[in-house]
Design a protein around this ligand. Structure first.
Ligand SMILES: Cc1cc2nc3c(=O)[nH]c(=O)nc-3n(C[C@H](O)[C@H](O)[C@H](O)COP(=O)(O)OP(=O)(O)OC[C@H]3O[C@@H](n4cnc5c(N)ncnc54)[C@H](O)[C@@H]3O)c2cc1C
Length: 470
């Protein structure tokens, strides 16, 4: 039976992936820390619980999850457009990872208390209030050290967020989760939304044998995406990873302006787009393979008329026009906003820790870094110097804004011996993972030397490039 009031060192609000990586690291780095985790959801893993069943982690599992435990087995794709590439972790694998961490590590430690279906309502005079969404009972919590706010991602996914456009009664609009429950085929499928979820839904339909002519894709904004071939781990992925890193640094060093930067990145194969004749207006860290992009290009009915306002049985109303529609169309709503803009907050803020990004596109590694810095830092000003907030990407310029802060943080980490030592063995650190299984011979040393030199050149050029873009 939970005491009321509850005393704890850390109250962690949210038990999504970021919170799990934070707590896992904190338990290792501060052997005395006691933690209370709460979430409105019934299970750990946050938004992954509500994601569509065919979602996959698009970054390598080798640096996702919690530091103390590997996620997924590291197999290779045996068929389809990604043959030979490392397999992506599936939704069940991601969720099983977090469930096992809670069951086998957090709870047996005796230092973590877990309250599912429990909402944090706020705090007054240092006392926090929780409410069970099942029993309605409220709890007071006295926190000896900090509140850890692991809710800033405010993840919006189609299954939990209703579409913002009008839908006529006789029209069927479903989240991608419903695709796997289809009871009959439709004459047409219209995928609404151009983010990673929209791409996944289009690919899923094509994989089921739906002819591309039966698919319409509403694309409010084209996106820059990253090439999955550059994110293969181990010895076989080393050269592509290093080359693409050098290419990114070179692009920063030599670009005249933003269009030139994006052009260099595309020419070097770092960034890709669906249609080379359309200038993307968004960038959100999505990872796609060239084979998948080719498949997506087989869909010819791509609608670039802005956002949808209304769907009626016979027509679609968009920002910049109307289109006729087949009444026997299934609309797949992929318009939720995924991760939201970060609030303008420091990471270490008095009695609160805000779990935000400290390396680009790496929320879990970021959470682990923050836990390490919390455990070993001396005071918050010094902690925040190691943890400047990397913005959540939205527009192409954010590619550069993320790099600017990431490089600032990494320079600070390199100047901190204890942190450097920890980073050199942290499972979530992509730079460490990429060296695993690689024989450090002269050729590899030379490539790493080139990488370091190109990174230094980019670091020197970046402030000026950023100023010129403002
Ligand atoms: C479809 C999809 C695919 C993705 N793929 C990748 C990927 O391949 N690689 C990658 O790095 N990232 C990926 N991401 C980003 C992903 O969001 C992060 O990796 C990570 O899962 C975010 O976790 P989180 O814990 O920060 O947020 P969330 O999963 O949103 O968890 C926050 C939790 O806080 C809880 N909460 C909020 N308010 C309260 C409250 N007041 N009281 C109690 N609980 C509360 C919520 O219920 C929720 O469970 C993907 C995102 C999406 C949407």
């Amino acid at each position: 039976m939970t005491d009321n009031p509850i005393d704890t060192d850390y109250l962690v609000v949210g038990a999504g992936a970021s919170a799990m990586a934070f707590v896992d690291t904190l338990l290792t780095e501060n052997p005395q820390a006691r933690v209370l985790m709460v979430d409105r959801r019934a299970h750990v893993g946050g938004h992954w619980n509500d994601a569509y069943s065919f979602v996959q982690l698009h970054q390598p599992a080798a640096w996702y999850g919690v530091p103390s435990r590997l996620l997924a087995a590291g197999t290779t794709e045996a068929r389809g457009p990604n043959t030979g590439m490392q397999s992506l972790a599936t939704k069940p694998e991601v969720l099983a990872h977090f469930v096992a961490v809670m069951r086998d590590r957090f709870l047996p430690s005796g230092r973590v208390e877990w309250m599912p279906k429990t909402e944090w309502l706020g705090s007054e005079a240092g006392v926090h209030t929780l409410r069970s969404l099942a029993s309605g009972k409220t709890f007071q919590v006295r926190v000896r050290k900090r509140l850890v706010n692991a809710t800033h991602a405010r993840t919006e996914i189609p299954a939990t967020h209703a579409p913002r456009y009008r839908i006529a009664e006789d029209v069927r609009v479903v989240p991608p989760n419903e695709l796997t429950n289809l009871a009959r085929p439709y004459a047409h499928y219209t995928v609404v939304g151009s983010g990673k979820t929209g791409m996944d839904s289009c690919i899923w339909l094509l994989e089921q044998g739906v002819a591309p002519e039966r698919i319409r894709w509403i694309m409010p904004r084209d996106a820059w995406v990253m090439d999955r071939a550059n994110l293969q781990t181990g010895a076989e992925g080393f050269e592509a990873f290093v080359r693409s890193s050098i290419d990114q640094f070179d692009a920063i060093t030599h670009a005249k302006d933003l269009p030139d930067l994006l052009h260099i990145l595309e020419t070097r194969g770092v960034l890709m787009r669906l249609d080379p004749s359309v200038e993307p207006s968004t960038y959100r860290c999505a990872v796609v393979s060239r084979g998948e992009l080719e498949r997506l290009r087989s869909i010819r009915d791509v609608v670039r008329l802005g956002h949808v306002h209304a769907i009626e049985a016979n027509r679609l109303v968009l920002d910049r026009g109307e289109l006729p529609a087949d009444p026997d169309t299934l609309y797949v709503n992929c318009t939720a906003g995924a991760i939201q803009h970060e609030p303008k907050l420091p990471i270490f803020e008095g009695d609160t820790i805000n779990l935000l990004l400290v390396r680009w596109c790496q929320p879990l590694f970021s959470a682990a870094v923050i836990a390490w810095v919390e455990a070993h830092g001396t005071h918050d000003a010094a902690r925040n110097t190691l943890c400047h907030v990397v913005p959540v990407p939205e527009v192409p310029l954010d590619w550069l804004r993320m790099w600017a802060v990431t490089m600032q943080n990494e320079a600070a980490w390199r100047g901190h011996d204890a942190m450097k030592a920890w980073l050199s063995q942290c499972r979530l650190n992509s730079q460490h993972v990429m060296l695993q299984g690689v024989e450090i011979n002269d050729a590899v040393k030379q490539r790493l030397g080139t990488l370091i030199a190109s990174s230094a050149a980019a670091g020197a050029r970046l402030p000026q490039l950023m100023r010129s873009l403002r």
